[in-house]
Design a protein around this ligand. Structure first.
Ligand SMILES: [Zn+2]
Length: 189
């Protein structure tokens, strides 16, 4: 399983990690996390503590059954809960247990800040992500996301003097982004 380090110190699935960092940018600083991706052994430890009613142990699913083991769940620090209540859903971070204010899971299809996905997910992108090609797919995804990010930055920065140059550059970036999406789509066929 491929995981990516995030700025709070934990690790997440690469797409969840990208979303987490986008959310931190909107928050204005790193959002504190208490628990991110867990190994089977870590989940087992938490589960055993929970079923034994040990002090300090919250509800935990049996090992092998938690989204924390798949890299898509985060337990957030309390100082960010209020902000997450207002903005977390828009970034695709959804509360799945009404009793756990801290626990959210990343649902890509609900992420309004994800630029590329809609045409791709229909072609099985999410399914393909789970297969052995996911590392290659992730590289392309990242390139494409970066190209679109540069394009957006350029539109934001464009002024009269730069406009002609920017138009040329933006065409190149659009081509680059389309090539990336094309490669991803091809893999999902
Ligand atoms: Zn959790």
């Amino acid at each position: 399983m491929i995981l990516e380090q995030i700025s709070s110190g934990g690790k997440l699935n690469p797409l969840a990690a990208l979303s987490f960092e986008r959310m931190c940018a909107a928050y204005g600083k790193t959002i504190p996390t208490v628990s991110t991706t867990r190994t089977f052994a870590e989940q087992e430890y938490l589960y055993r503590g929970y079923v034994a009613h040990k002090v300090g142990f919250n509800f935990a699913l049996a090992p092998g059954r938690s989204v924390h083991e798949q890299g898509f769940a985060v337990d957030f620090g309390e100082s960010a809960w209020k902000w997450l209540t207002d903005h977390g859903n828009d970034f695709g971070w959804i509360r799945t247990n009404p009793n756990e204010m801290w626990h959210r899971e990343y649902k890509q299809l609900k992420d309004l800040h994800y630029h590329i996905l809609p045409p791709i997910e229909e072609k099985g992108f999410l399914v393909a992500l789970n297969d052995y090609k996911q590392d290659q797919m992730y590289d392309w995804m990242k390139q494409t996301t970066e190209a679109i990010g540069r394009l957006e930055a350029m539109y934001g920065a464009a002024d009269g003097r730069n406009r002609v140059k920017s138009a040329d550059q933006s065409r190149d970036l659009i081509r680059e982004a389309h090539a990336g999406v094309g490669r991803i789509e091809k893999m999902c066929d």
